[in-house]
Write a protein that binds this ligand. Structure first.
Ligand SMILES: Nc1ncnc2c1ncn2[C@@H]1O[C@H](COP(=O)(O)OP(=O)(O)OP(=O)(O)O)[C@@H](O)[C@H]1O
Length: 707
C-alpha cells in the first residue's frame, strides 16, 4: 500500500488502494508500476542485447518504459438481489445421479464419488425419489418436474429450481435449472444478496475507475433479466440521494450505485492531484447520457433529441463527444442524473414498477495534460444499464394488444364500445371503453420496447459468441447488428477494460432466466483482449477493419478469375418465317465475362465496408465510391466489393450499348488510337466501336458484373 501511495505521489498514478479478493497488493503495484512514466514518457533506446540482459533483472531495477497495452480478461461479477416476499412458484427438480453425487460431494466436502454414493444410499433420498417417479410413470403421470406438491418427493430431493448455493469465497454459484439440472458457475466475484452498494462498487467498478483516471478506457455493463437490480446497481434507488439533493444524510448516500460513486471518485482524485500533489496538470471531465431505443439513439441530456442527423451517424455523434456536458462537482453529476432520469423511458410492468424500457449508456470522458512534459491523455468510461431481458409472457407487456386491435376494428365498423370488456389471461379489464385506444397503444408500446431490448441483447450475445470463437478465421464480430453493440464495440472487443455485473433474482420461478444470465456472464469471462491506454478506440477499431480489408483484397486478387458465360435469350418479337426465326428459333446466344472464385471474400469485404460505414457515420456508397476503396471505374488497386458507385441501373445500359462512351475508355487505351480527339473525331468508326466495346466490358468487369 505504501508503494502504491508512492506511485501516486511521485508519478501521478492514481490507485484506488482496493484489490480484488484473489489479488495481492504486490500484483496491483507491479501492474501500476509498468505505467509509471505515463505522464513523462521517457525515451528508451532499444538495444536487443540490453533487452536480453533486462530479462534477468528484477523488475524494480528496470528502466522506465511506457507500457501501452495489457492483456486481460473481461471481469465478471454476479450480484444477487434479495428475495421478495412473493410466494415463489417452486419447481421441484429431479437431478440425474451424477449431478446428485456432485452436489453431495460439494455440500459435504467429500473427495471421492464412492463416499458421496455411500451418503446417498444412507439418505435413500435419490432412490426414494426415483421410486416415486417410477410409480408415477407407471400410472401414466408426468415423471419429471411436475411441480406437484408431493411431500415425499420434496423431502427426498429437497431441491428446487433456482440458485442453490453461493460461495462468495471461491466466487462460485450452484444453480438448479429445471431444464438443465445442476450447473456450477465460477466468476471473478460473487456478491450475495446482503452485499452493500459500496462493496459492489469496489469489487466490480473501482479498479476500472482507477484505470480510467490513469488513461485507460473502461466499460462497465450491468446485465440481467428485468427487475433483477440492474438500475439499482448502476444508479441506486430512485431517491434524492442519487438523483437530487446531494446534501442528503450519509445513510441515504450509502445507497448510491456505481455511476454516482465513480463520478465522485474521479472528481476527488482530480482535485487531490491538483491541490495536494506537485504536478502541473490540467484536466477536464465531461459526461454524456444516451438511451438506445431500437435503432434510435437519443440524447437524454438534450430532451431526448435523436443523436446525429442520419441513421448511421449516431455513434459517431456520441463517440466524437457531441453529446458531452462538462462537470466540475458532484452537484453537476446529480443534476445530470436527474435530467437523464426524467427523460428515460420507464414504465411499470408486472415484474418491475420502474422498469427501464431501453438500454442506457452513461459516458464519462476525461482529458488530461501534463503541462511540463506536454504529455496528454484521453480516456473514456462507458457505463451501460442494459434493458432487462424479459419474457413477454412474464412481464405481461403484451396484455392489451389484441384487445386494442379488436377495439380498433369495432370502432372502424361503428360499434363504439358496446360490448363487455374482455379480460385476457393475467390482464385487467378495461373499465372505460373510451380509454382503450390509448391503453392499447401504451401496451403495444411496452411490447415494442421489449422487442427492442431483446433484439439489442441478442446482438450483444452474438458479439460475445463471435469474440469467443477463436477458431473462426475471419474473426468477424457482428457489432453492426444493433446500435447497442455498435456503441459498446470499443468496450467489448476494443481497447477498453471491461467489467460485467450479472444481476440475478434468486427465486425459483426465475431460474431459467437466471441460468441464461449466468451463461452470458461466463461467456464474457472467456473473452481475452488487449487494453491500450489513452488510445482512440474508434480509430483503432477502424484501423482493424482496414487491415482486414487489405487482406481480403489481396485474397480477392489471388482467387478471382474471369469466366465466359453463355446466356441464351429468346426474342419473342422475331416474326415467324423470317431468317432469324428459321435459323436460330429467335434465340440469341450472348457471351459474357464474369468474375468468379472469390464470392466469400467479396461478401466479407461487403460486411467490412458496411461496418466501416457505420463506425465512421458515413454511407456504404461513400465507403465504396471513395478513392481509397476504388470506385468501379477507378481501376484502382482496391476492389469495390462487386459493385461500384458508378454502376447503377441507369448505367447498366452500357451492356447493350455499342455507342462510344468516351468516359469508359481508359486513357491507356485512348493512347493506342493514334490521333484520338474524342468520339466525334475518331479515326475509324469500326475501330472505335471495337475499343468502346472492350472498354465497356472492362468497366463492367471491374464493377463485378457481367459485360
Ligand atoms: N440489491 C438490492 N437491494 C435492495 N433492493 C433492490 C436490490 N436490487 C434491486 N432492488 C429493488 O428491486 C426493484 C427492481 O430493481 P431495478 O429497477 O434495479 O431492476 P432492473 O433490473 O433495472 O429492471 P428493468 O430491466 O426492468 O429496468 C427496485 O425497486 C429496486 O430498488
Amino acid at each position: 500500500m505504501h508503494y502504491l501511495n508512492l506511485l501516486h505521489v511521485e508519478h501521478g498514478l492514481y490507485s484506488s488502494n482496493v484489490k480484488r479478493a484473489e489479488e495481492r497488493y504486490k500484483d496491483v503495484f507491479l501492474n501500476l508500476y509498468k505505467r509509471r512514466d505515463l505522464w513523462f514518457q521517457v525515451k528508451v533506446v532499444e538495444d536487443p542485447e540490453e533487452e536480453e540482459r533486462k530479462k534477468e533483472l528484477p523488475l524494480w531495477r528496470l528502466a522506465p518504459k511506457p507500457a501501452t497495452t495489457e492483456n486481460f480478461n473481461i471481469q465478471v461479477s454476479v450480484r444477487m438481489k434479495p428475495k421478495t416476499n412473493d410466494v415463489d412458484e417452486e419447481k421441484v427438480v429431479t437431478l440425474p445421479l451424477h449431478q446428485r453425487i456432485q452436489l453431495i460431494k460439494m455440500s459435504k466436502k467429500l473427495k471421492s464419488n464412492a463416499a458421496a454414493l455411500r451418503v446417498l444410499k444412507k439418505e435413500g433420498a435419490w432412490f426414494a425419489a426415483r421410486k416415486w417417479d417410477e410409480k408415477k410413470a407407471e400410472s401414466g403421470e408426468n415423471k419429471e418436474n411436475s411441480g406437484e406438491n408431493n411431500n415425499s418427493k420434496r423431502e427426498a430431493e429437497n431441491l428446487v429450481g433456482g440458485i442453490h448455493s453461493v460461495d462468495a469465497f471461491s466466487s462460485k454459484v450452484m444453480m438448479v435449472d429445471p431444464t438443465k439440472g445442476l450447473r456450477e458457475f465460477e466468476f471473478d466475484s460473487v456478491l450475495p444478496d446482503k452485499t452493500s452498494q459500496a462493496t459492489t462498487y469496489e469489487s466490480s467498478a473501482r479498479p476500472l475507475v482507477a484505470d480510467f483516471i490513469n488513461g485507460f478506457n473502461g466499460t462497465i455493463l450491468v446485465y440481467g433479466q428485468t427487475g433483477s437490480g440492474k438500475t439499482f446497481t448502476m444508479f441506486g434507488p430512485d431517491d434524492d440521494a442519487v438523483f437530487g439533493d446531494h446534501t442528503k444524510p450519509a445513510t441515504s448516500r450509502q445507497m448510491r450505485g456505481i455511476i454516482p460513486r465513480a463520478c465522485a471518485e474521479v472528481l476527488d482524485a482530480l482535485e487531490f492531484r491538483s491541490t495536494k500533489l506537485n504536478f502541473n496538470m490540467t484536466s477536464s471531465l465531461s459526461v454524456s447520457y444516451v438511451e438506445i431505443y431500437g435503432n434510435q439513439v437519443n440524447d437524454l441530456l438534450n430532451g431526448g433529441a435523436p443523436c446525429g442527423h442520419s441513421k448511421v451517424a449516431a455513434q459517431r455523434f456520441v463517440l466524437d463527444g457531441a453529446a458531452e456536458n462538462p462537470i466540475t462537482c458532484l452537484a453537476d453529476v446529480q443534476r445530470i442524473l436527474r435530467i437523464g432520469e426524467e427523460g428515460k423511458r420507464k414504465a411499470a410492468t408486472a415484474m418491475n414498477d420502474r422498469s427501464s424500457r431501453a438500454h442506457c449508456l452513461f459516458m464519462i470522458s476525461l482529458d488530461q495534460k501534463n503541462l511540463d512534459t506536454g504529455v496528454s491523455c484521453k480516456s473514456r468510461l462507458f457505463l451501460a444499464d442494459l434493458g432487462g431481458s424479459e419474457q413477454v409472457k412474464k412481464s405481461k407487456v403484451n396484455v392489451g394488444t389484441s384487445k386494442h386491435i379488436e377495439k380498433l376494428k369495432q370502432q372502424t365498423m361503428g360499434n363504439n364500445g358496446n360490448d363487455q370488456p374482455q379480460v385476457e389471461e393475467g390482464g385487467e379489464p378495461a373499465s372505460n371503453p373510451n380509454t382503450e385506444f390509448s391503453t392499447g397503444f401504451k401496451f403495444s408500446d411496452r411490447l415494442r420496447e421489449a422487442v427492442y431490448i431483446n433484439t439489442g441483447l441478442l446482438a450483444l450475445k452474438q458479439c460475445v459468441k463471435a469474440l469467443n470463437d477463436t477458431e473462426s478465421k475471419s474473426q468477424y464480430v457482428p457489432y453492426g447488428d444493433s446500435k447497442l453493440t455498435l456503441l459498446l464495440s470499443s468496450g467489448l472487443g476494443g481497447d477498453s477494460k471491461t467489467s460485467v455485473v450479472v444481476c440475478t433474482a434468486q427465486e425459483g420461478k426465475h431460474s431459467s432466466e437466471t441460468t441464461a444470465a449466468l451463461l452470458f456472464g461466463q461467456a464474457c469471462r472467456k473473452i481475452t483482449k488487449t487494453a491500450a491506454s489513452g488510445a482512440n478506440m474508434l480509430a483503432e477499431l477502424i484501423e482493424k477493419i482496414d487491415r482486414e480489408i487489405v487482406t481480403i483484397e489481396k485474397l480477392i486478387k489471388q482467387k478471382e478469375r474471369w469466366e465466359v458465360k453463355e446466356e441464351k435469350r429468346k426474342d419473342d418479337r422475331v416474326e415467324e418465317g423470317t431468317v432469324e426465326a428459321l435459323g436460330f428459333g429467335g434465340v440469341e446466344v450472348k457471351k459474357s465475362t464474369v468474375l468468379v472464385g472469390a464470392e466469400q471474400e467479396r461478401k466479407r469485404l461487403m460486411e467490412l465496408l458496411m461496418e466501416r460505414a457505420q463506425l465512421t457515420g458515413t454511407t456504404l456508397e461513400s465507403e465504396i465510391g471513395g478513392s481509397q476503396y476504388g470506385g468501379a471505374v477507378g481501376f484502382g488497386t482496391r476492389f469495390g466489393a462487386g459493385f461500384g458507385k458508378s454502376v447503377n441501373s441507369d448505367e447498366e445500359v452500357y451492356r447493350f450499348k455499342d455507342a462510344v462512351d468516351e468516359e469508359a475508355i481508359p486513357d491507356v487505351l485512348k493512347g493506342k488510337v493514334s490521333g484520338w480527339k474524342g468520339a466525334e473525331a475518331a479515326p475509324s468508326k469500326k475501330k472505335l466501336e471495337k475499343f468502346a466495346k472492350k472498354a465497356n466490358r472492362r468497366k463492367m468487369a471491374y464493377a463485378g458484373i457481367s459485360a
